[in-house]
Design a protein around this ligand. Sequence first.
Ligand SMILES: *Cc1c(COP(=O)(O)O)cnc(C)c1O
Length: 483
Amino acid sequence: MNYLSTRGAGTGERHTFSEILLGGLAKDGGLYLPADYPRVTPDELTRWRTLPYADLAFEILSKFCDDIPADDLRALTRKTYTAATYCNVRDDESAAQITPLKTLGVEDGAPLSLLELSNGPTLAFKDMAMQLIGNLFEYALAKHGETLNILGATSGDTGSAAEYAMRGKKGIRVFMLSPYKKMSAFQTAQMYSLQDPNIFNLAVQGVFDDAQDIVKAVSNDHAFKAKYKIGTVNSINWARVVAQVVYYFKGYFAATKSNAERVSFTVPSGNFGNVCAGHIARMMGLPIEKLVVATNENDVLDEFFRTGIYRVRKAAETYHTSSPSMDISKASNFERFVYDLLGRDPARVLQLFRDVEEKGGFDLAASGDFARVREFGFVSGSSSHDTRVDTIRDVFQRYDTMIDTHTADGVKVAREHLQSGIPMIVLETAQPIKFGETIREALLREPERPAAFSGLESLPQRFEVVPADAQRVKDFIVANTGE
Ligand SMILES: *Cc1c(COP(=O)(O)O)cnc(C)c1O
């Protein structure tokens, strides 16, 4: 399997999976994609239907990472997808499923269900990919006797998923910047209570954007970056996307009895990483009817899928909402889909994303390209605080099921796209405990708390307060890498 850049296929540059594993953007500023999508055969679909999650992951990943020896890859997926890691769920049987499907009911003739993706260590779907990345990185670094210092900024979910994936991993340190005293007590405790010596929490005196700016400044110091082996694990990392392809297959098998059936998925979306994996599953031949993109008030993606206009937002136009992990001003993985939509024409992709930088967006409505969006199965919708709260309340009353704010955005938009006889699977992206304030507003009660998290907020915390100053963060990295 060869990988190319969405902006540069013309240059003939090709890479293996292992070569792009630890990297971010391609040199030309594009994103990596496989040169061709592997297709699944009817026989494979039949055989995969009954596989345990770890072995299904092996089958799918081996098509994309064929430069990793099969025995090694199988060992990695079996080490990653265990019931012990995905244990924050009602019973052992569900834990063994890794991503159990929870049936809600039938609405407008369509069976409606939730695919639970947030039973891992940080109670959000990002664990699904990040746990694999942790093991893949450790494996790849050990093979070449290398080390890596991961630097990142987080306002919550991504940072904690990265820390829980990398804790105790050989050859890896994590320096995670978060805005001091700006996260919820639960999120803060989740990150700062980690005592592993390879995890460093830096509480920046400022807001999330200050933390993000520091990461950019350090990354732009190329000499420092090379000397201290600085890397990232942001959402454009290809391995993260491909790890997410697996649960679309798992969800399909759980919701159907035969491979003649089709299903639709609704995906609460921000950076387009999760639903991009759904697009890839569909390109591989999984019988997906619709891919429903659900956004919150930050509706960049909904606007595109309704109108063909992609218009990134300025910081002042980006709202802080009660589904904060979807508060984005532009969707960093979107370029991968645009590349396929335009028939894989890197010159046009380059031009369009130059327009994004120079003019703030592009318009595909006039060209014939936008019409093809429906051929790829995409539709969309958006949600607001009021519809979110109403949906949490309605699902609780009707189905005795507590859902988080992001999943509620998914259910709200899914209901606008139901088709009789076609199962609709909403991806559950986080557990309610992470966003307790809105649960209390909607249900006038406390969110459910998995047993392992009782007393989390009173555990001792380990973090370093730093001013919003890139030099001070560099000094900290130097002092803690023993170079
Ligand atoms: C990250 C995240 C999302 C958005 O996922 P993308 O891959 O960025 O589209 C949705 N819900 C939750 C809870 C998240 O943490």
